[in-house]
Design a protein. Structure first.
Length: 167
């Protein structure tokens, strides 16, 4: 679902913030496409599982809000944040959202999926506070991911009309 927003070809640098065991990374890493994948999560056990399953990717067990683009190895073509617990840990996630502009290369995309409208509104506000623009909001059919927000720097990403939609 979220992979349709990635550049269609070529190598890509992808940052997964709050990656957990990175279930979604498997298919993407196995696609044969040149991928520089970095997963970041606070849970040591989840990072250990992800590292064991996908040793070709890079993994950091840390609070993402404390990491600079230098620590992360530069900027990324895409940043993925799936199902963050924005309402349970708003202060921590707000600090993460403040760093997104620093981590994203010009023309790159930030993909955020959330469970409900309250989290979608928080995500939108924090993205805009970080100087980013929300290009698209989509309703999703799954109970664990109901809203997708696509954001980036002020210029419209390639292949996107810049119009927001609901689906």
């Amino acid at each position: 679902m979220w992979t349709r927003w990635l550049p269609p070809e070529g190598e890509i640098r992808l940052l997964d913030v709050g990656c957990g065991t990175a279930e979604e990374a498997g298919g993407f890493l196995a696609s044969g496409r040149g991928v520089d994948f970095l997963g970041v999560d606070l849970d040591e056990g989840a990072i250990a599982q992800a590292r064991a399953r996908w040793p070709e990717a890079r993994w950091i067990c840390a609070d993402a809000a404390r990491l600079s683009s230098k620590t992360l190895g530069g900027r990324f073509d895409a940043i993925l944040i799936r199902r963050p617990d924005l309402l349970l840990q708003p202060a921590r996630w707000r600090r993460v959202f403040r760093r997104l502009s620093e981590w994203l290369r010009p023309g790159g995309w930030i993909i955020v999926t959330v469970i409900g409208d309250g989290e979608a509104e928080l995500a939108r506000r924090w993205l805009e506070e970080a100087g980013l623009r929300v290009f698209r909001v989509e309703r999703l059919p799954w109970p664990e991911e109901r809203v997708l927000l696509l954001a980036g720097h002020a210029g419209c990403p390639e292949g996107l009309s810049g119009e927001e939609g609901d689906g």
